[in-house]
Design a protein around this ligand. Structure first.
Ligand code: SAM
Length: 236
């Protein structure tokens, strides 16, 4: 799978992509993540990518010219490469006005071969980018961040860990919160007793059927207490 991330701050991604699962997935070729500096597509010698809003008002707006050029370049590059990408990778704008990001959306995106993420900044992007370039807007929650870079990292991390081979143990995603409709069960590790708090007996019993029943009942109870609306969609 290929991700192109269009941003004015590519250096922000360095730490996030150089550790753990994402780093391993990049190294083993499970995912190809390319950082695209929007300023490389500026149309003037000052490398400007934003301008004042028509009609007046506060803040700056990302101009359409560099964004169209950047997306067209990503598509052209994908077309020229020997990957599944057809050259019409889905274009997603990170935006607080978008559809709320979720595990089912991450799962669906993990099935695509090429995705282009646009990170907004300032007041956002020129409306013509939304009208003619963007396929979908995605929000990571009802709050305002300074830019789309952190939301892009959220999207990337949640998708990459679902790609075949990205995790050491594929089973581990199956019982995760939201994957099977419920929140995850409680987890314990050594020691068997810590500051007077013992690990539940059943987990030490070796009885796998009992352990599975206990985990399921705890997951169900926690979901009913915290997110009852999820139980209706539980498909186990
Ligand atoms: N003026 C915009 C509004 O009120 O809807 C907010 C712009 S925000 C300061 C700048 C950029 O940060 C946005 O274009 C978007 O790319 C990103 N952003 C901010 N909050 C976000 C969120 N909750 N989810 C996804 N992207 C977000």
């Amino acid at each position: 799978m290929r991700f192109d991330i269009i941003t004015i701050f590519p250096e922000l991604f360095a730490g996030a992509f150089d550790h753990g699962i994402i780093r391993r997935a990049r190294q083993t070729g499970i995912v190809d993540v390319r950082l695209v500096n929007l300023r490389d597509f500026a149309l003037d010698r000052h490398r400007s990518v934003d301008d004042r809003p028509y009609g007046g008002g506060e803040g700056m707006v990302l101009m359409p010219g560099p964004l169209f050029a950047a997306v067209e370049s990503c598509r052209g590059a994908a077309r020229g490469r020997d990957i599944e990408a057809t050259g019409d990778g889905e274009v997603i704008l990170l935006s607080p006005q978008g559809h709320l990001w979720s595990q089912p959306m991450a799962r669906a995106l993990a099935g695509r071969s090429h995705v282009i993420l646009i990170c907004g900044r300032y007041e956002g992007v020129d409306q013509r980018v939304l009208d003619a370039l963007v396929d979908r807007e995605v929000s990571i929650g009802d709050f305002i961040l300074s830019g789309g870079e952190i939301p892009a990292m959220v999207v990337l991390d949640s998708v990459i860990r679902l790609l075949p081979g990205a995790l050491g143990n594929e089973e581990s995603t199956k019982n995760e919160s939201f994957s099977a409709g419920l929140l995850d069960c409680p987890h314990y590790t050594r020691p068997a007793e810590f500051r007077g708090m013992p690990v539940p007996e059943v987990l030490l019993s070796g009885n796998h059927a009992e352990i599975e029943r206990w985990r399921r009942s705890k997951a169900l109870a926690k979901t009913l207490a915290r997110r009852p609306e999820l139980v209706e969609t539980d498909d186990k």
